[in-house]
Ligand binder design. Structure first.
Ligand SMILES: *Cc1c(COP(=O)(O)O)cnc(C)c1O
Length: 362
């Protein structure tokens, strides 16, 4: 039986017999082969041999990858004896912190940028009993306040500046390698505060060091073009994008993200909101996989790179089929408003056979 990321990868994590394990059996998310997407993207191109996989992190207990880091962060908070935790959040961190805090019997305080958080995420933080405070500002400003509070008061921060978050999140790369029997050739993922790309890269490097894999993937990160500080090379004061989970203008793990990019020989680029929405719909309609807009930045990035011929050029051996893993960081149901706004609304008809058939047109 699956026992959650701490028990499964205990020997690679900073825990001891004294650590109380707070878990909801997170992790073990499916690595789904995206054959339809691959066929769609590669027809007529020189890349008919791409193998594309989706790491569906939306299937974690609270619907995003944040649970991997939160199980460890909250367990360590318990071990260290704190009574309260705090975080700034674009949504998913607060949902996860609230749920794991509830389980651990901790007070949870959440600072969210007013008006910039998806409905599903807000509902989670509230129902799990977190104290939710909306700040009249953006994520970066909220995180600044959180940093100040934790310097002055006995409250533990559970943002990804907490190193246990990164430690827990690195287990996703272990899972990918365990399933594939090797590292992928490329990994494509969204970049917001840049904790996750940092965590994946750390995980891959650790697995190589102990001989579980022999080669490392190239890390390809994607920011939304309206909030792409790493691509532009400077902080963005007023970041904007419909992908609220990556609406961040000054990433906390900026330097580590650049290290992951440079050490792996990968890249960090941006995709527009238009490209994100189009990838979001394509993924749902071609593969049956519903991921939130920020996650679709992975797919938008994948499409951009395929068009550029990147994978074929960059794969170390062209005859081999390059394996690409796209990280789908959060579930599509987190942001139902966006889904409904992105497609045509249902037809309304009288409850009569002829009326319904007129619309169906078989
Ligand atoms: C948090 C989050 C991200 C961004 O991850 P970072 O570690 O901040 O780069 C992307 N997608 C979703 C769904 C998230 O919740």
């Amino acid at each position: 039986m699956w026992k959650g990321v701490i028990e499964t990868y205990r020997r690679y994590l900073p825990v001891s017999d004294k650590t109380p394990v707070i878990t909801m059996l997170e992790g073990n998310t499916p690595l789904i082969e995206a054959k339809n997407l691959s066929k769609y993207l590669c027809s007529g191109r020189a890349c008919s041999a791409l193998r594309i996989f989706l790491k569906y992190e939306g299937l974690n207990p609270t619907g995003s990858f944040k649970d991997r880091g939160m199980t460890l962060a909250i367990s360590k908070v318990k071990e260290e004896g704190f009574k309260a935790v705090i975080c700034a959040s674009t949504g998913n961190t607060s949902a996860s912190a609230a749920a794991y805090s509830a389980r651990a019997g901790l007070k949870c305080i959440v600072l969210i940028p007013k008006g910039s958080i998806a409905l599903g995420k807000l509902s989670q933080a509230l129902i799990h009993g977190a104290q939710v405070i909306a700040v009249n500002g953006n994520f970066d400003q909220a995180l600044e306040v959180v940093r100040e509070i934790t310097q002055k008061y006995p409250v533990a921060v559970v943002n990804s500046i907490n190193p246990y978050r990164i430690e827990g999140q690195k287990t996703a790369s272990f899972e990918i390698c365990d399933v594939l029997g090797k590292a992928p050739d490329f990994q494509v993922m969204p970049v917001g505060n840049a904790g996750n790309i940092t965590a994946y890269w750390k995980g891959y490097k650790e697995y190589r060091k102990i001989g579980k894999i022999s080669r490392l993937p190239k890390m390809c990160g994607f920011q939304a073009s309206g909030s792409a500080p790493i691509v532009k090379g400077h902080p963005i004061k007023n970041p904007h994008t419909i992908a609220t989970a990556i609406k961040i203008g000054n990433p906390a793990s900026w330097k580590y993200a650049e290290a992951a990019r440079d050490e792996s020989g990968g890249l960090i680029d941006s995709v527009t909101d238009k490209e994100i929405i189009s990838a979001y719909k394509l993924l749902a309609s071609l593969e049956g996989v519903f991921a939130e807009p920020a996650s679709a930045a992975s797919i938008a990035g994948l499409i951009k790179l395929v068009k550029r011929g990147y994978f074929v050029r960059r794969a170390s051996c062209v005859v081999r089929r390059p394996t690409i893993v796209c990280i789908l960081t959060g579930h599509g149901l987190k942001d139902p408003d966006r889904a409904i706004a992105s497609v045509r609304s249902p037809a309304v008809v009288e409850p009569k056979l002829d009326k319904v058939m007129k619309v169906i047109k078989i």
